[in-house]
Design a protein around this ligand. Structure first.
Ligand code: C2G
Length: 143
């Protein structure tokens, strides 16, 4: 079984998150997602709208996700990869290069981000009472 892991906040879950997870899943046959805890997000200077237990439950309910674990520190990735026998680490290209040190333990893949959507965009749209930009690509490259 080829195991994939990815990490993220996944607040106000949107098509960019879904595309990332669908494409990450294609790199193996088991996908683990480490969802950032509220405390960890404070350290990332991210104020989430949904609390951790909601964000984790939404991600876990996706058919393509096999397991969710909490992400509570920057340092846990190596331990996670070893503990769960991870073969592939996947994350969006906004992190390109930041996790190359994991290449010693598993494959590292940076995926193209979905354009025209972000949690910040969603917040802005809600505040303005406007729809988000529908141009965000659904199912890029056959995900
Ligand atoms: N993402 C994407 N396209 C978007 C928005 C997000 O592909 N339009 C990807 C990000 O690149 C990331 C994942 O979706 O791989 C989750 O994004 P965030 O919830 O913003 O997570 P982030 O704050 O980047 O946390 O230790 C790593 C961090 O926990 C990553």
């Amino acid at each position: 079984m080829k195991k994939v892991i990815t990490y993220g906040t996944f607040d106000l879950f949107h098509i960019g998150h879904l595309n990332l997870l669908k494409r990450a899943r294609l790199y193996g046959d088991n996908l683990m997602v480490a969802v950032s805890t509220d405390e960890f997000n404070t350290g990332k200077h991210k104020q989430c709208i949904y609390p951790y237990k909601h964000r984790a439950a939404i991600v876990e309910a996706l058919g393509i996700v096999d397991r969710v674990i909490p992400e509570s520190s920057w340092e846990q990735k190596i331990t996670d990869i070893q503990r769960y026998n991870i073969d592939v680490f996947v994350i969006g290209e906004d992190w390109k290069g930041k996790f190359d040190f994991l290449k010693e333990y598993c494959d590292v893949v940076y995926l193209e981000r979905t354009q025209n959507i972000s949690t910040t965009d969603v917040k802005q749209s809600v505040q303005n009472g406007q729809a988000v930009d529908g141009e965000a690509v659904v199912n890029p490259d056959g995900a």
